[in-house]
Design a protein around this ligand. Sequence first.
Ligand code: ADE
Length: 228
Amino acid sequence: MAKVPVKIVSWEEIVEWSKGLAERIRGDGFQPDVVIAVSRGGFVPARLICDFLDVTNLLSIQSQHWVEAARMAEKAILRFPYRVDLSGMRAILVDDIVDTGDTLQLARDFVVREWRPSELKVAALQWISSVAKIRPDYYYLEVRDWTWFQYPWTRLEDTMQFIVRIFREDERARGRSLSEDEIAWLFREFYGVDPRQLGLYWGLALKRLVEKGILRLEDGRYYLAKAG
Ligand code: ADE
């Protein structure tokens, strides 16, 4: 049993799910004049939705979690709260996943208040209904058991974080050095994912962690170099 439930998502699934999401939007009779991607996760689904719904206007808004170090609290913030005038336009805000819903809620409220579209709908590929504070108007999959969806556009960053987490949290890795095979073995156990499924990203993640000084490589063994 994996300690962190992970679903590796393929590009083919992204196309299939985005098409399914677009069909729900179309089936509901909603034809947006403009698509708004919630950056960064909503970019690829938003672009595919434009294609499937024949929309040429694509904007984005960057909403993300910000860890306030002093308080150890995670807060959603808008990175570039610029203003545009969407009056008289029907808009749809698209994200990859609604997990807690904080970032999407912030983006939605801002767009309604400052960009003033005539109508605003919210769509996401996944909705984690057991934890989300908001329910999107359209979603492709409802997820009840919390899962980390490893999307193709965060494969390198996620693989790096997954590896570091093993060094920090696994009793057999903490304060020790590991060979690549040992990391791969623990990775399989921790995430239920065979590193071979990650293709070129596996080697790239290890290389990047060493380049960034987060891991140290000596005589074919990796050490966690940085604390924190
Ligand atoms: N971003 C926020 N929550 C996520 C999840 N459960 N899976 C993938 N990306 C996410």
